[in-house]
Ligand binder design. Sequence first.
Ligand SMILES: [Zn+2]
Length: 434
Amino acid sequence: MFRTGGEAVARTAVSRLTQFRALGGDQIALRRHNLSTVLRQLRDHGPRSRAGIALDTGLNKATVSSLVSELIDRGLVREGQLARGAVGRPGQDLELDGTTVVGIGLEINGGYLAAQAVDLGGDIRYRCHVSCDVQHLRPDQALDVVAPLIRSSVETVQAMGVTPLGVAIAVPELVDSEPGLVSAAPQVPWHNVRVATMLAERLERPAYPILIKNEAHLAALAEYVAGSAAGSPNLLLLSADGGVSAGIVADGRLFEGAGGYAGHLGHVPLNPEGPACSCGRRGCWETLVGLSSLLHAATDPDDPVRNPNKDLMDRLAELTRRAANADARTLSAFEEVGRWLGVGTAILINLLNPEVVVLGGYFAALGTHLTGPMTRQLTSLAATSGGGGCRVELSTLGLTAAARGGAQLVLESVIDDPTIVPVRHSSIAIGDSA
Ligand SMILES: [Zn+2]
């Protein structure tokens, strides 16, 4: 979990509360807002006493006591250690009870399916990774594979006594702002597919919500919360396992754009002399740094490394082994991809001024083979000395980042509205002080 200044959070909380009161929100909505404030405080800043929460949030002690009781009844907060160093009668610290609920994220990629269930405390409670040639399946065929994977993920966590709150599906390429509509996905042959509706039908209209998001957007969210750049409020995540996509976190919030299409970079033409692209142009970024372009440059058609039915990480490990053995073709392919990765990233750094660029997906697996030529380009092309202080990190979440981000997206809905989690045992009346 990342940390920010307690004072800043307190000011924000007080500001939100003041604004909310000015809007004349009713008592139930006000209480929901205050429950969210307390839960967010405990998640972002760790255990503290009731008095400490009151101090940090600007809520009065009686209100905090009532809110905490409800959060305990909903299984989201628990009593922890006695607070040390308190003046007078020691209070008891409260802490997030991360064990009772999970969000489930599932990534549909051209070559694999991956699922993760993550609890509110950030622990991964379940994960699976299945090689699957989705690229050559019709949408209905692919979703026939995805639906049982969701069902088994849900049943597995339920058997642990944990409540799944929802499923967020990460898909490559474009996701329309209309919920659940994948409008175009060049790496999987889908156009205007109502993924959420089709999955809900296969799962017999489950009680939990099914959300659909762009994979790079969710991967960026995961990096912000749990990855190598955790806590960096201005970060850029780049991946190219499908098309080239960027996930943008700006001022600590995921930036998706007006229609949800932000970061769709695959068909930005960078080299007029470059290879022909499926879109009809030449030298699109995707043709220069995409996974399939790398595989074509580094291998022959009958090379097992090109076999989409084999595990992608195993295939990438074979390429790095060849590079370690100084295979000229592999090294040349890595150098070329790294160089064009730097050319495109320099433009993005000049546009967005991020603190950190995280290389995700297959980029992360190839590590310094790509970052070497990439950073040489950044040095020569970035507008400011040293790229404005921007650093390049390799994702430590790798191919699991999008699924991790999907789980996080679901968990954010609990932080925003703790009342979506049912009361497990009641010790308070909902009409208590807001
Ligand atoms: Zn193109």
